[in-house]
Write a protein that binds this ligand. Structure first.
Ligand SMILES: Nc1ncnc2c1ncn2[C@@H]1O[C@H](COP(=O)(O)OP(=O)(O)OP(=O)(O)O)[C@@H](O)[C@H]1O
Length: 251
């Protein structure tokens, strides 16, 4: 899946919040969008997703312009957004086309691949935050998306679960080679997962740097090389506009 953004911008009620965002994501590439709060990361993701069609500029998916939600796009949000009255398996297969047997088989397969084989009959209330987010990942994958849009998918999780799910995402990516656009506040997460990181800054948010992470996978968390990238990214962010990164400067 090739994704091409050309001069994408967005204005809400006369207020410009995103300006001139352009980049190409090659098939299988993982691109991180990083920037201080309010610089327009989620707005860009919503434009790519087709959930918002009132943006300026042009977004092409595999060479086609479309302002509608695509079947080939999967979403994972910060919170799992599961339906409490449906079982884990029903949550994953909800809205899927095909016979009941086909849907169940697909749901089970993807639950297995996120480490939740055997949990099909549970209800969301019985799940930990990490398990619930695994269900959300399975639900996104079950449609065989060519592009995955991730909006701070792990930021509500504790540090340990977060690392487990980042590694799970890497395993899934190795298998399916899905193009991934990842919005995150976590610089370590971005340097660990992404091929390229786009930093955004200002109001309206504009692209500042595009940083290619030239490191083989699997990467080593906390390595000297990733620390160098982190320094470069911190140098690009509007830190005086945000307290969000203070903790990350010191870690
Ligand atoms: N539907 C909307 N109507 C009006 N303003 C909006 C709307 N959606 C977003 N905005 C504004 O656009 C700006 C960018 O918001 P957005 O959520 O994209 O930022 P963000 O970088 O993802 O922030 P955060 O990191 O805090 O999630 C903000 O000033 C926000 O208030």
């Amino acid at each position: 899946m090739n994704l091409n953004l050309q001069d994408v911008g967005r204005t809400f009620d006369g207020k410009e919040v995103v300006r001139n965002v352009s980049f190409i994501a090659e098939p299988g590439e993982i691109i991180g969008l990083l920037g201080t709060s309010g610089c327009g990361k989620s707005t860009i993701l919503r434009a790519i997703s087709g959930l918002d069609d009132a943006y300026d500029g042009r977004i092409e998916i595999n060479g086609n312009v479309s302002r509608k939600v695509q079947d080939t796009t999967g979403f994972i949000f910060q919170e799992p957004r599961l339906m409490p009255w449906l079982t884990v398996l029903e949550n994953v297969t909800f809205g899927l086309k095909g016979s009941r047997d086909e849907k169940e088989a697909a749901g089970k397969r993807y639950l297995e691949s996120v480490g939740l084989g055997g949990s099909e009959a549970l209800y969301p209330r019985a799940l930990s935050g990490g398990m619930a987010q695994r269900v959300a990942i399975a639900r996104a994958l079950v449609t065989s998306p060519e592009i995955l849009l991730l909006d701070e998918p792990f930021s509500a999780l504790d540090a340990f679960t977060k690392m487990q799910l980042q590694d799970l995402l890497m395993e899934i990516w190795k298998e399916y080679r899905t193009t991934i656009i990842l919005v995150t506040h976590d610089i370590d997460e971005a340097t660990y997962l992404c091929d390229r990181i786009i930093t955004l800054r200002g109001q309206p948010g504009e692209m500042d740097r595009v940083i290619t992470i030239e490191q083989e996978r699997p990467r080593e968390r906390g390595s000297r090389q990733l620390a160098e990238y982190k320094k470069e990214i911190l140098g690009s962010l509007d830190l005086n506009q945000s307290t969000q990164y203070e903790q990350q400067i010191n870690s």
